[in-house]
Design a protein around this ligand. Structure first.
Ligand code: ADP
Length: 264
């Protein structure tokens, strides 16, 4: 984006010409876009859980409710608080990444341990879905990575796979070695993604604009965080999807096995 600024030069009441100033405002426009998206996302996404927490706590304070209803309301309050916590941590992450302040504490470890842990965590939160892991358990999947970032990467992909399969179904995580890379894929059989949305998926705040996606809440930040994490680990992330049939995200990361052998 180029901003053009024109000023007429007047001299003794007569016009002598015009100065044209060209200024590259690409970076500022991007910052402005992120800011205004932030404001609208915050107002949308914070409002709903907050008003539901407020409403339910008010009901519980004012009325003597039976234990069953009490429990149900508490569950809602609990779920909505979790949503708020996730939201705030997404915002903070993006802000940290944007300002270049994100630090990665890279260690060498077997990625399948984190994958197993995250699968268990997300499986515990759903009865409608069956989260499966497909790998050769005798193989190591060594990476040199920041463990928290790997948890977050997996967590975002698994969370999406479950969230965008509203009718339930399988979510299959596969891990393989491809040359000197580790390929990890997360496949679901959910609502899928329209092809025109594919180029924008990893952009900050982008959400597919159709009624199915709108019904399912979100900030449009998860995948942009995944992309940044993968970039910081010299890997890449790709997506394939068929609308109405399902989606697969593939992450490739350098294998640390060679580095380990060299160190021996
Ligand atoms: P959100 O918080 O909206 O889920 P993401 O950045 O994680 O944000 O994803 C961006 C958009 O990509 C989502 O709004 C959704 O429309 C689409 N999307 C992501 N993962 C999937 C998936 N597994 N199946 C279908 N659509 C998906």
């Amino acid at each position: 984006f180029i901003q053009v600024y024109a000023e007429a030069i007047a001299h003794g009441g007569h016009s002598k010409g015009t100065i044209l100033v060209f200024r590259d405002v690409t970076a500022e426009t991007e910052v402005d876009r992120v800011k205004s998206e932030l404001v609208s996302t915050v107002s949308h996404e914070l409002r709903t859980p907050l008003s539901s927490i407020y409403g339910f706590t008010e009901l519980m304070l004012k009325r003597d409710l039976d234990p069953e209803r009490n429990k149900r309301y508490l569950q809602t309050i609990h779920d909505e608080s979790k949503r708020l916590t996730d939201l705030v941590s997404d915002f903070l992450n993006v802000q940290r990444m944007e300002s270049g302040k994100q630090e990665y504490d890279k260690q060498i470890f077997d990625l399948k341990e984190i994958v197993k842990e995250q699968i268990q965590f997300y499986q515990a939160a759903t009865e409608q879905h069956s989260l499966k892991l497909d790998l050769n358990d005798e193989q190591d999947f060594m990476v040199e990575a920041d463990a928290n970032s790997m948890k977050q990467l997996l967590g975002n992909l698994l969370n999406n796979a479950v969230k965008y399969s509203p009718d339930g179904g399988d979510v299959v995580v596969t891990m393989t070695h491809q040359h000197n890379q580790i390929e990890l894929s997360v496949r679901d059989f959910g609502i899928g993604i329209p092809s025109h949305s594919m180029p924008h998926l990893f952009s900050k705040f982008y959400r597919v604009d159709n009624s199915d996606s709108r019904k399912i809440g979100g900030t449009g930040l998860g995948l942009s965080i995944c992309k940044e994490i993968v970039r910081a680990h010299d890997g890449n992330i790709e997506v394939e999807s068929i609308l109405g049939e399902g989606t697969v995200f593939r992450v490739k990361l350098p294998s640390a096995t060679d580095a380990l052998l060299e160190a021996e």
